[in-house]
Design a protein around this ligand. Structure first.
Ligand code: GDP
Length: 471
């Protein structure tokens, strides 16, 4: 197993850590808790256990995958705690190596003492993400699944959870593998033609080849386009709340954020600078900013705030334009609506204060495709949440579709599309087939990068450095 781990790995990932020693870490969060789990992985796991665990019944190494009760002690024989040990023999474990999980009581010092005993018995402290990195190197999962596992632990809303679960189950890996294998088949066809030009190999004509490449390109582009949704869920959309003074912008900001982050008063001009936060709204993530109310003002500081708010509208991908629905619009509101028509991002008109009688003539909003009514003060913002979720995730089932979940995956797919473009252009220009081969190979390796085929060592190391120790 050990010597051949890299060779057996179907994902052909560059080995970047010292693989063959035995590692250990506390896998549960630090702090006081009912139980804590210390995980060990590596060929010496059984030898480590033999020094620090005295079973009171069955031995865990003789009974893999069964929790065995006993005393946990130092290698010198001093009992630290009692607990359960579950042993997983390679390759049927999370990492693919021999693994043990020690469940002990969850005190901070106690857990540290158990880990100390494990280290004294010959394991070394695991680095961040090292268990998952080993799982990947041993062919237990591809890079995109490993990334999804990291995202699963960080998930802050249901959308992120669904996206990460789908990724872990290999939805994206399957989609990229399909493209990879198709390209591989096309390439072998081209090579056959190049190598044996005089043979009748029943291979594709140039037109068929072009059509096949165009089809792969369309598939790759469609997959890359899911990043629009994946990004909205995982990274967040640059969003600005704007509108006239006293429309309820700060109240809406607080309702979305979930606590009183912005000051709410009847006094116009209380929000004078931009405040920002990353928050969840429905299935999506917003990088949300509240801005100063747009109005003419003599106050120099407020004037700067108003100018910044205006600039923020131009930068935003999503503009939540708050209007007081209980008021007749004055000319400032009309001017604001005109200003919104020049916004680059998607504009959602949020007609606030629906708990009062509506005096705002909706005919004035005929030019806007997205209008919702809310009561920010009552926390009644479900219409907004549903609309924003639908804007970014409507056509995609986050849990079951292949969705690009991070910028690295997206960049790799875009490089593949560009290479396929070049391959098709070479065919169109009538240059020898070898030229298309080079580009198609580039496309193949770029697609392969999504799931970790031939990804640079530094990139993989960077991905796992964002994991916690013990994962
Ligand atoms: P901003 O200047 O646009 O940020 O407005 P604020 O959030 O400071 O709110 C201005 C006033 O409108 C405050 O007195 C809020 O309590 C009130 N307000 C905000 N949202 C609502 C709402 O949904 N219904 C009602 N009736 N009042 C609201």
């Amino acid at each position: 197993m050990r010597g051949t781990a890299a060779r057996q790995n179907p994902h052909r990932v560059v080995v970047f850590m010292k693989v063959y020693d035995t590692i250990a870490a506390i896998s549960t969060p630090r702090g006081k808790g009912g139980i804590a789990v210390i995980r060990i992985s590596g060929a010496d796991t059984a030898a480590v256990l033999a020094q620090i665990f005295l079973p009171r019944g069955k031995s865990p190494t003789d009974n893999p995958r069964r929790a065995c009760f006993g005393d946990i002690c130092t290698p010198a024989g001093e009992v630290i705690d009692e607990g359960l040990v579950t042993y997983f023999a390679a390759p049927a474990s999370f990492t693919g190596e021999d693994v043990a999980e020690i469940s002990c009581h969850g005190g901070v010092l106690l857990t540290e003492a158990v880990l100390g005993a494990v280290l004294a018995a010959g394991a070394r402290p695991a680095e961040a993400g090292e268990f998952t990195a080993r799982a990947m190197m041993n062919g237990k999962m591809g890079l995109s699944s490993a990334e999804a596992l990291g995202a699963l632990l960080d998930a802050g809303n249901k959308g992120q959870l669904a996206l990460a679960r789908g990724g872990m189950e290999g939805k994206l890996a399957d989609a990229t593998r399909e493209i990879y294998e198709r390209l591989s088949a096309i390439l072998s066809d081209i090579y056959a033609k190049v190598d044996f030009p005089d043979e009748d190999l029943n291979s594709m004509s140039t037109e068929e080849l072009r059509a096949a490449l165009a089809q792969v390109k369309a598939k790759t582009e469609a997959l890359a386009a899911t990043w629009q949704c994946g990004r909205a869920v995982s990274e967040g959309i640059e969003t600005v709340i704007c509108g006239p003074v006293n429309a309820g912008k700060s109240t809406l900001y607080n309702a979305i954020v979930g606590y009183d982050a912005a000051i709410v008063t009847d006094i116009a001009g209380t929000t004078r600078d931009i405040i920002s936060e990353t928050v969840s709204l429905g299935n999506v993530t917003l990088r949300l900013s509240d801005t100063a109310g747009l109005r003419d003002t003599e106050d120099a500081v407020e004037q700067i705030g108003v100018a910044r708010a205006d600039a923020a509208i131009d930068r935003a991908e999503l503009v939540l334009a708050v209007l007081d629905g209980s008021l007749e619009p004055d000319e400032r509101v009309v001017a604001f609506l005109e200003r919104l028509k020049r916004a680059c991002g998607t504009v959602v008109i949020v007609l606030n204060k629906q708990d009062r009688d509506t005096l705002f003539p909706t005919a004035l909003l005929a030019d806007f495709s997205h209008v919702v009514t809310v009561s920010a003060r009552e926390g009644e913002i479900s219409a907004l949440s549903e609309l924003v979720s639908a804007l970014y995730t409507a056509d995609i089932d986050l849990r079951h579709d292949a969705v690009v979940a991070n910028a690295r995956q997206f960049a790799a797919l875009i490089r593949a599309v560009q290479a396929l473009d070049a391959a098709i252009a070479a065919l169109d220009a009538g240059v020898p087939l070898d030229a298309s081969c080079v580009d198609a190979e580039l496309a193949m390796s770029a697609v392969g990068e999504v799931d970790g085929r031939a990804v640079g060592e530094d990139i993989v190391a960077d991905i796992f450095s964002h994991f916690c120790v013990g994962k």
